[in-house]
Ligand binder design. Structure first.
Ligand code: UTP
Ligand code: MN
Length: 519
């Protein structure tokens, strides 16, 4: 049941999530260099929203007061800005300098070429301020060192030396998908295979789609696929037809197929996985009405909630709604443990604008505090009358049982799958007329402190990125990775890590930012 529900979580995600385009730079947002209004920003009280990044603005050419202004603007929007070019800096932002001048200056500062720091044009900063969050770094944002040729994503016609890795964890995949026409078709085929229970071909189509998502330009010719990994003959045949006819007849046939449509409908319900969906289909059921009026069908508690709140929870959750929920979760968590912190994870951490749920990870400062948090938080939601459904799973985590050799869909941390009432905006209330709240799916997980980095990495996703991290660790490094730990088979030890960066370093992988994990 739980495994099935996990799959349901994933398939609902692909059915409902819509990735919108990153908004373009708002020209009126930043003052021009000529006019410099002295805007007072309250200092020292800004909440850090994007703790994974530290910006550094290069004063050269930008000038001192504009640099101050932009630094404070960024801080007021929840970005960390370092005044010095310290080791914490992840994003260097420059304005008006030539690549040569900038890199000469950086080298004078002892800034190493090998450092995993983005050196970016002001355009990335402007777009991020306009979006109110860090936009995915694209090739066009980089100020490349003229002395070195370094690429952040692969061009389809690149030479073999810059070959695309067969592992998603060695590719940078932002939400800017330049090959949507191909990946949409491949994902329909993958989903159909999943519904049929054909796991091998399902994964093959997902891998093919994922490789195309990592490319920084659209494929122009079928020949370009020859140098790409993970594209089998079936995937290539789909691409070939799209090149020739503009669409895939196979994908279209599937979209019109009664079985596929019914499976998709049934498994879009919270608590209904492919197995249940299939058994209903085989019993001749095609609609929710037929399922609900079939006397022999007994829905469990989760499925009942799934139908009860279907209208709301089948709609995508927006980033604004996710932020509102974060405040609600934070208030509840702080009541239980004033030192605990709440961090958004899942698709929203990867920069998505919409999700099928909102995933939060709770960090407790002292070992042993994690188990008390969720039951108390759930109790508080109940008292506040915002709890519509709750499935709490107590921790079954046992360090002495590590490593686990077979990957399990569920980890062993204390967690809960919830449906909460979220207050609607005034205007949408009037539109909907009936009630002033929307039901939203929320997942909370509370790992022990020393497992936090592993849990965060595991819950950030994407599912394929995680799968390839584990595969890479096992096949290329002789290590076993899951949401709890990284185990080195050679030394028979568990490798400690406080940050995701340390885990990537243990694996000998370049660090991939969360918004580059949309594989
Ligand atoms: P989601 O299914 O929420 O996916 O799981 P998502 O990427 O956030 O997609 P949307 O935006 O909701 O549609 C988030 C991550 O959490 C992991 C999943 O494997 C996925 O990578 N997860 C979830 C676990 O590792 N363990 C669990 O028990 C549940
Ligand atoms: Mn999610």
């Amino acid at each position: 049941m739980l495994t099935e529900n996990k799959k349901n979580k994933a398939s609902t995600a692909s059915a409902n999530a819509t990735d919108t385009e990153v908004p373009g730079p708002d020209a009126e947002m930043l003052p021009t260099r000529k006019r410099r209004p002295e805007v007072a920003f309250p200092r020292g009280h800004e909440e850090v929203k994007f703790g994974d990044l530290t910006l550094y603005l290069v004063e050269k050419r930008m000038g001192k007061s504009r640099r101050n202004f932009l630094s404070n603007l960024a801080r007021s929007k929840g970005f960390c800005v370092d005044d010095a070019l310290s080791g914490n800096v992840t994003h260097v932002v420059s304005e008006g300098n030539t690549a040569q001048d900038l890199w000469n200056w950086l080298e004078e500062q002892g800034f190493g070429e090998t450092r995993d720091t983005h050196v970016l044009n002001i355009s990335w900063f402007t777009e991020s301020m306009s979006a109110g969050r860090p936009v995915p770094v694209e090739l066009r944002h980089y100020i490349q060192n003229p002395a070195v040729d370094h690429r952040s994503c692969a061009h389809p016609s690149d030479k073999p030396e810059s070959a695309v890795s067969p592992y998603a964890c060695q590719r940078r995949t932002t939400l800017d998908n330049h090959n949507k026409i191909f990946t949409d078709a491949l994902e329909v085929l993958a989903e159909n295979m999943e519904f049929i229970g054909n796991r091998g071909p399902c994964l093959a189509f997902r891998r093919a789609a994922s490789v195309l998502k990592s490319l920084c330009a659209p494929l122009q010719h079928l020949e370009e696929t020859h140098r790409l990994p993970c594209l089998g003959e079936h995937s290539k045949a789909i691409l070939e037809e799209i090149f020739e006819c503009g669409s895939s007849s196979r994908a279209e046939d599937i979209l019109n197929d009664e079985r596929y449509r019914t499976m998709k409908l049934f498994s879009s319900v919270f608590g209904i996985g492919p197995k249940t969906a299939e058994s209903w289909y085989h019993r001749g059921l095609r609609t929710f009405e037929q399922v609900l009026s079939e006397p022999s069908i007994r829905l469990n508690r989760m499925q009942t909630a799934g139908f009860l709140f279907y209208e709301d929870i089948s709609k995508p959750v927006s980033r604004t709604e996710a932020s509102a929920l974060k405040i609600i979760v934070e208030e509840a968590v702080i009541c239980v443990n004033p030192h605990a912190t709440v961090h958004i994870t899942g698709g929203f951490r990867r920069g998505k604008e919409f999700g099928h749920d909102v995933d939060f990870i709770i960090k407790t400062p002292e070992p042993g505090q994690e188990d008390a948090v969720l039951p108390a938080v759930i109790q508080r939601f109940k008292t506040q009358n915002i709890l519509l459904y709750s499935d709490f799973q107590d921790s079954t985590f046992d360090l002495s049982q590590l490593p686990t050799h077979r990957f399990e869909a569920m980890d062993h941390f204390s967690k809960c799958f919830l449906i909460l009432k979220l207050k609607r905006e005034q205007e949408s209330c009037e539109r909907e007329a009936s009630r002033d709240w929307k039901a939203v799916r929320v997942d909370l997980v509370a790992p022990p402190l020393e497992r936090y980095a592993y849990a965060l990495l595991g819950w950030t996703g994407s599912t394929l990125f995680e799968r390839d991290l584990r595969r890479f660790a096992r096949l290329e490094r002789g290590k076993l990775l899951d949401n709890h730990a990284l185990y080195d088979k050679a030394t028979k030890t568990l490798l400690p890590a406080c940050t995701e960066e340390e885990i990537f370093a243990h694996l000998g992988l370049e660090y991939i930012e969360p918004w580059q994990r949309n594989a």
